[in-house]
Ligand binder design. Structure first.
Ligand code: NAG
Ligand code: NAG
Ligand code: NAG
Ligand code: NAG
Ligand code: NAG
Ligand code: NAG
Ligand code: NAG
Length: 587
């Protein structure tokens, strides 16, 4: 019999008593996809936006790990990995699966929690209007409570719980996930500045939400109504400890994959100056400390963040910083910062974006695209930009800029919701034209990665509310399960769309674009051929052949080559044989 350490049993008891907002009875459940092809009944809030917000949160329920609560809304999900961490003495049960597979990755999770809390601070009324605030609370706590466990003491943070199978290729349901799984941590001697500061930023942003510490309340709605001061102070203390660990670890400042090389190919980080600055800013907002605010400014300079002001995502937070600097300065005149300076930095970036002057460009069918960053999961950088633009609108220096930023942001949201050449709303289950083949081991019902595209023919479960990667640069979407750059789902793909949906719930009485899309619209334009991306090369120019055909062709060429070489050698030998040289005569 295995002895279960005390913390496991204590945790089980704690889970029963830990109070949070009561979930609605009956619960909110996603409507079926066909209902998303009809105009909504209208009114305020617009019910289609409110439902979309609900579906987007529901995705996080689908991604839960651990012992599911009695309020679990996803009928096809089971308890999973209920002893995670037991072997290393850290309770790591719970939390979320990161994407279409089953790893738990702290660095992108921290980004997601930060993003959701920041969004629910600024556009919180959207959650309230949609009756989704209790689900928001439930979702945030499911992530934050895990992150608290992943931070068992001041100088330890679990950064990754990886696949137990060697190549991470387990493809199957939630009842036979290989375990126990390897747990990777950063410590004082082997630190990870980005991972620690990223987690600090998440805790601080969420502390601000739970404490109701809004930014300028004339510019934004009130935070979502889930105020809880004791939870806010727990979160703040984790934020402060992690920030000190990030800035002052005895092992110095370094990227976390320097200490945990196993993370490099999964969620390697390109730098840590952006996370340090972001943590300092959310903490300055929390504590009103001018010294902490000054640290944020010093990181911007010291790490030359202006030169990495390109794309906003789980790795690169820089484009969000001028917006946050502006918000913090607008809300706190006592910190010693200069609002005008940060407005200028933010507007120079946004003006370039909306005027198609870089760092991205707008594709033929209207998607903001960043070469490199948008090659996989093209929608994510575009939606993150739209989210930042919408947040900045109330601060913008002129009414013209406000209109331009809002118009551009709306174009990206419309695009993601079906106003594109494919007529596909890139969210699963919201319309009959939604993707049918999200890259998700759990939802697919398949158990053999070699038959990922064919077995079962139709996915076992509809992964309601999941934002998929998105189309390619030419606007083409193939809807192939193995094509992870286009069809994978991930915690961070949903995050900006949630904030945008909350904002639209507040301010938009028109339906989201997809209610105008009739069944069959995608079938009429579905691209022929194959994709050309990191998962599937068959459709690449000059790579028209499949892998097998390429190998066969290589063999043929090699054989032909050998024959040619052989023949030439024979011919040369013939040419230069003694007879030709006139030697035979002499012989
Ligand atoms: C606030 O959150 C704490 C920590 O989860 C919980 O114990 C407490 O019951 C909550 N208070 C209210 C009023 O919901
Ligand atoms: C989907 O919802 C519509 C309208 O609510 C209903 O008429 C239809 O029967 C439902 N379809 C399925 C497959 O449940
Ligand atoms: C939210 O709940 C209230 C009270 O039950 C209800 O009147 C309203 O219609 C609900 N709104 C939405 C968008 O579900
Ligand atoms: C912190 O927690 C880790 C993991 O449980 C443990 O190995 C380490 O000894 C702890 N360090 C301190 C200083 O308590
Ligand atoms: C959950 O368990 C049920 C019953 O065994 C199974 O049919 C279902 O596929 C499981 N869900 C997943 C995601 O594996
Ligand atoms: C790092 O250590 C220095 C020197 O002790 C201290 O002044 C500073 O406040 C610390 N930084 C953080 C973020 O804790
Ligand atoms: C803020 O910076 C601007 C230039 O960016 C300058 O004109 C202004 O005087 C500064 N304001 C304060 C209060 O320092």
């Amino acid at each position: 019999m295995r002895v279960i350490p005390v913390f496991f049993t204590l945790h089980a008891v704690a889970a029963l008593v830990s109070a949070q907002l009561a979930l609605p009875i009956p619960p909110f459940l996603p409507a079926n996809a066909s209902s998303g092809a009809e105009p909504s009944a209208g009114g305020y809030p617009n019910p289609a936006w409110a439902n979309l917000l609900g579906d987007l949160i529901y995705f996080y329920d689908e991604q839960r790990s651990g012992t599911l609560p009695s309020t679990n809304r996803v009928p096809w999900r089971n308890d999973s990995l209920i002893l995670e961490g037991l072997d290393v003495g850290i309770d790591l049960t719970g939390g979320f699966y990161d994407a279409g597979d089953f790893s738990k990755d702290t660095f992108p999770l921290s980004f997601v929690l930060m993003s959701l809390c920041w969004g629910a601070t600024d556009f919180g009324k959207g959650y309230d209007l949609a009756n989704q605030t209790a689900y928001l609370d439930d979702t945030l706590r499911w992530g934050l409570d895990w992150l608290i466990k992943a931070h068992p003491n001041a100088t330890t943070l679990v950064v990754m719980v990886a696949s137990a199978d060697k190549d991470g290729s387990y493809w199957g349901g939630d009842r036979s996930i290989p375990s126990p799984r390897p747990v990777f941590t950063i410590t004082n001697d082997n630190p990870g500045t980005d991972a620690a500061a990223g987690a600090a930023a998440a805790f601080a942003a969420c502390s601000n939400l739970y404490a109701n510490r809004a930014f300028d309340n004339k510019a934004y709605s009130a935070p979502a109504s889930l105020k809880n001061d004791s939870y806010a102070s727990t979160l703040l203390s984790h934020a402060q400890t992690l920030y000190t660990f990030a800035a002052n670890a005895t092992g110095g400042r370094k990227t976390y994959q320097t200490s945990v090389p196993q993370a490099a190919s999964i969620y390697g980080s390109s730098g840590y100056g952006d996370e340090l600055a972001m943590a300092a800013l959310f903490l300055a907002q929390a504590t009103g400390s001018p010294a902490t605010y000054q640290e944020a400014e010093s990181y911007w300079t010291k790490y030359d963040l202006a030169s990495s002001n390109r794309v906003f995502n789980w790795d690169s937070k820089t484009p969000g910083l001028p917006v946050l600097f502006a918000q913090v300065n607008q809300a706190n005149s006592g910190l010693g910062g200069n609002l005008t300076t940060w407005m200028a930095v933010a507007e120079s970036y946004f003006d370039d974006i909306v005027n198609n002057k870089g760092p991205g460009f707008t594709t033929g069918d209207g998607l903001l695209f960043f070469d490199g960053d948008s090659d996989d999961a093209s929608l994510n950088p575009a939606l993150n930009t739209a989210m930042l633009l919408e947040r900045y609108v109330p601060i913008a220096s002129t009414p013209e800029k406000q209109v331009a930023y809002q118009t551009f942001a709306k174009s990206q949201v419309d695009y993601a919701l079906g106003k594109n050449t494919m007529s596909v709303p890139y969210i699963v289950g919201v319309n009959p034209n939604s993707p049918q083949n999200p890259h998700s081991a759990m939802a697919s019902g398949g158990i053999n990665v070699d038959e990922i595209d064919t077995v079962p023919a139709q996915e076992a479960y509809v992964l309601y509310g999941a934002v998929v990667g998105g189309p390619d640069k030419r606007g083409r979407f193939f809807d192939i399960r193995s094509d992870w750059p286009q069809t994978e789902v991930a915690l961070d793909y949903n995050a900006p769309m949630l904030t945008l949906a909350a904002m639209h719930t507040i301010g938009d009485t028109k339906d989201p674009y997809f209610t105008a899309l009739k069944e069959g619209a995608y079938a009429q334009v579905k691209p022929k051929g194959q994709p050309c991306d990191a998962a599937i090369r068959d459709g690449c120019q000059g790579h028209r052949l499949s892998k097998k055909a390429t190998i066969a062709m290589a063999i043929v060429l090699a054989v032909v080559g050998l024959v040619v070489v052989g023949l030439s050698a024979w011919y040369l030998a013939l040419l230069f044989r003694p007879a030709h040289l006139g030697l035979s005569k002499a012989g």
